[in-house]
Structure formats: structure tokens, C-alpha cells
Design a protein around this ligand. Structure first.
Ligand code: HEC
Length: 140
């Protein structure tokens, strides 16, 4: 066997298991969001737009505050915003039901917020099905 080919085969054999590991990790973490706690999820996904103090920002775009936002009184509202996306906010439907429960609890109990009640993974699951149906029906 020529040396180039031998090297190429050795390389392919070395790479293949890595590719398999990467694929299964991706599936496990549902779209690659590996963070599980509400705080980690907020820090790594949300705060770039809504700011570390949850007060939002206004500049090139308008990022509403989550601090003192009465719309968070219902835990279902942020869940729907995350699942469906809303105007300039992209959908985060790649998050698992459990991750959405955690980050919802985090934004409703931080930044000076202390809204009562919690959303359950079962509710997120039901809303997800609804959001998928609505997005599927959306024209364009
Ligand atoms: C790329 C920027 C961006 C990221 C990242 C982002 N958001 Fe938003 N978010 C927005 C914008 C812009 C709006 C306003 C949408 C509109 O005009 O209705 C918004 C709206 C919201 C609202 C509704 C607020 C209201 O007053 O109606 C909630 C709740 C929310 N985001 C939560 C989150 C959470 C939780 C995360 C992280 C999982 C997140 N956002 C990540 C940009 C972002």
C-alpha cells in the first residue's frame, strides 16, 4: 500500500470515534446547550441581550428588561417567548423542557423579581407542541 494512502486511512480511523462522540453529545445536550442551571443558561444565552442585571438595553435594538417586568407574573409567558421567538428575539426551542423550566425560574426570581408559582416540564411540553403547530401554520 502506498504511504499516502496508509496515512490517510490511519487518520480516518483516528477521527471516526471523535465524530461519533461529538454526535452523541450533541443529541444529549439538545442542540448544544449543555448548561443545566437557570443561572448558567441565563449567563451563556440570555444576558448578551438582556444584560447581566436583567435591565435590558436600548441601542442598535431594543432589548426589554426582565427586571421588574410584570409580564413575567405568568411563568407561561417567558416559556412561550423562548419557544416561539418574538420579533428580534430568536426562538430557543433547542432548549430542553427542563432547561426552560430552570431559566424561567431564574428570571422570575432574580434581578429583584420574586414572582410566585412555577412552570412544570409537562406544561412546557404542552406549550412546545402548540408552538410547533403555530409556527408550522405561519405563512412564509
Ligand atoms: C439576540 C438577543 C436576545 C437573546 C439572546 C434573548 N433575548 Fe429575550 N428578547 C430579545 C428581544 C429583542 C425581545 C423583544 C421582542 C419584542 O420586540 O417583542 C426579547 C423579549 C423577551 C421576553 C419578553 C419581554 C416582554 O416584555 O415582552 C422575555 C421573557 C425574554 N426575552 C426572555 C429571554 C430569555 C429567558 C432568554 C435566554 C434563554 C432570552 N430572552 C434571550 C432579545 C433576546
Amino acid at each position: 500500500m502506498n504511504r499516502m494512502l496508509a496515512r490517510a486511512l490511519a487518520l480516518a480511523a483516528a477521527i471516526a470515534p471523535i465524530a461519533i462522540v461529538a454526535t452523541s453529545a450533541g443529541a444529549q445536550f439538545a442542540g448544544g446547550y449543555r448548561y443545566q442551571s437557570g443561572q448558567d443558561l441565563y449567563t451563556h444565552i440570555c444576558q448578551g441581550c438582556h444584560m447581566p442585571d436583567g435591565k435590558g438595553a436600548e441601542g442598535a435594538g431594543k432589548y426589554p428588561p426582565l427586571a421588574g417586568n410584570v409580564k413575567l407574573q405568568s411563568p407561561l409567558y417567558p416559556v412561550l417567548v423562548m419557544l416561539k421567538g418574538q420579533k428580534a428575539m430568536p426562538s430557543f426551542s433547542d432548549l430542553t423542557d427542563a432547561q426552560i423550566v430552570e431559566v424561567t425560574a431564574y428570571i422570575r426570581s432574580n434581578f429583584g423579581n420574586s414572582f410566585a408559582g412555577a412552570v412544570t416540564p409537562e406544561q412546557v411540553k404542552a406549550l412546545r407542541a402548540q408552538a410547533v403547530r403555530q409556527n408550522a401554520l405561519r405563512p412564509g
